[in-house]
Design a protein around this ligand. Structure first.
Ligand code: FPP
Length: 249
């Protein structure tokens, strides 16, 4: 059945409500190219990217998907031109300040994962505020990966576990997958079932290396600012056609 683009407020009827991913992760790629194609500065792409992310969050909530994680800034992104990095930090701060009240009202629980200590202090204040004010919300869990690197996350877990072993608190053979996962930034969260990356790139780029072990990947050719409900619908259709075997036959 075809679904009209203006009829996507509710879950499209061709999707099976019982087989939706419980956690969707997104690598929002293509903001710079979106702007360049329009002769605009790259930062305009990031601005429009925020709108696309807001609508995806609302869409997940409307369609009954209980968790969304977005890759906003990687540990490698510090290598971008200083003015772009500064713009992004200010943008995150402004968006948090502007959107927090609505997130509280909409029962969104906000989490940040990554090495947050290295972020500008004024941004950290907004991050702390948003996490505290939404910690009891339960309509959807929205996780933003900021100054996040999968390898760094795994290393800091190893260091913490090694310290426990060194102090005699833990035996090496007590370290299993569950315990290890509890030392990651994402402790307590379910692993993503579906990873979407936009702009046609087919890389994982140091994102959730441990957590994506069994996720289905969906690559969209759309640049992130143009990623809309119709495109998300296509991603979910593809997901529901996959045969998830988790290594079994
Ligand atoms: C990748 O496009 C995008 C980013 C590095 C930034 C994404 C951030 C947002 C959309 C803002 C999110 C805001 C909050 C508060 C969660 P790119 O610049 O790599 O694009 P390109 O590959 O075309 O150069």
């Amino acid at each position: 059945m075809t679904v009209k683009p203006n009829n996507l407020e509710k879950l499209p009827e061709d999707l099976d409500r019982n087989r939706l991913p419980k956690h969707v992760a997104v690598i929002m790629d293509g903001n710079g190219r979106w702007a360049k194609r329009r002769g605009l500065p790259r930062i305009m792409g990031h601005r429009r990217g925020v709108d696309a992310l807001k609508d995806l969050l609302r869409c997940c909530k409307d369609w009954g998907i209980p968790a969304l994680t977005a890759y906003a800034f990687s540990t490698e992104n510090w290598g971008r031109p200083l003015e772009e990095v500064d713009f992004l930090m200010t943008l995150f701060e402004r968006v948090l300040r502007r959107e927090l009240e609505e997130m509280v009202q909409e029962n969104v629980q906000i989490k940040f994962v990554g090495n947050l200590k290295a972020l500008p202090p004024s941004l950290r204040v907004e991050i702390e505020r948003s996490m505290t004010q939404t910690q009891d919300n339960n309509a959807i869990r929205f996780t933003v990966a900021t100054n996040y690197g999968g390898r760094e996350e795994i290393l800091q877990a190893c260091r913490a576990l090694a310290t426990q072993v060194q102090q005699g608190i833990l035996q090496p053979d007590e370290i299993d997958e569950g315990l290890f996962a509890s030392y990651l930034y994402t402790s307590g969260a379910q692993d993503p079932d579906l990873l979407i990356r936009t702009s046609g790139e087919m890389r994982i780029s140091n994102f959730l290396l441990w957590q994506l072990a069994y996720a289905e990947f969906y690559i969209s050719e759309t640049l992130w600012p143009d990623f809309d409900r119709a495109e998300f619908h296509r991603a979910l259709e593809a997901y529901q056609q996959r045969d998830r075997r988790f290594g079994k036959v």
